[in-house]
Design a protein around this ligand. Structure first.
Ligand SMILES: C[S@@+](CC[C@H](N)C(=O)[O-])C[C@H]1O[C@@H](n2cnc3c(N)ncnc32)[C@H](O)[C@@H]1O
Length: 188
């Protein structure tokens, strides 16, 4: 049993709240991209409570697959690194209760810290963290090298009115991108 499994075993379970269940069309598109990339290893940048894209990715992965969940696990970034943050506890509890824990590697860092710290090449990297233009550009530049040749770099919230900076960032950095609904992607 891995050390990560021991982490989940030791977590006190919280009520399983239905926060951030994913839009059905987005879930279907992400599942399709996972199949296209024949996923064994996925990096998710922006996990929140693990009840949205995280669940789609865990279902798509084979039993031995791994999902690296990169997030500060603190909605308020100012509180980053507080040792007993309830957001992180809720995430761990959710992973334990949904059966996803065996495939999950929590990476509690900022996106750019994690991009430097992780020596991982993934079949698919999903960007859904900071939605500002500079941050999306930085995430694309930082995470593209983590995608294996032929793998997929993708992200959420394209053409979404509440996230107006995502689309211009993707258009600038990846003019070859494709879009389905609000999911953008490129094959690397
Ligand atoms: C839109 S939510 C992710 C939703 C999730 N993918 C889902 O489907 O439920 C964005 C998440 O990104 C995280 N985040 C924002 N900026 C970040 C950064 N620079 N580094 C790491 N995580 C970040 C936030 O803590 C938040 O949990």
């Amino acid at each position: 049993m891995s050390g990560t499994a021991n982490l989940f075993e030791s977590i006190a379970e919280l009520p399983l709240l239905p926060h951030s269940r994913i839009d059905r069309a987005v879930g279907e598109t992400l599942a399709k991209l996972c199949a296209l990339a024949n996923v064994r290893t996925i990096i998710e940048v922006g996990t929140y409570l693990g009840m949205g894209s995280t669940q789609v990715f865990c279902r798509a992965l084979p039993p031995e697959g791994r999902l690296y969940c990169v997030d500060t696990f603190c909605v308020d970034m100012v509180r980053y690194q507080r040792p007993h943050d309830p957001h992180y506890h809720a995430f761990l509890s959710n992973m334990k209760q949904t059966g996803a824990a065996a495939k999950i590697v929590p990476v509690r860092m900022t996106s750019l810290e994690a991009s430097r710290a992780l020596a991982v090449t993934a079949d698919l990297v999903f960007i859904d963290g900071d939605h500002g233009k500079a941050a999306v550009l930085a995430d694309i530049a930082a995470w593209r090298p983590h995608v294996r040749p032929g793998g997929i770099l993708c992200g959420d919230d394209y053409n979404v009115a509440t996230c107006p900076e995502v689309t211009p960032a993707v258009q600038h950095a990846l003019p070859e991108h494709q879009v389905e609904g609000r999911v953008w992607w490129v094959t690397v």
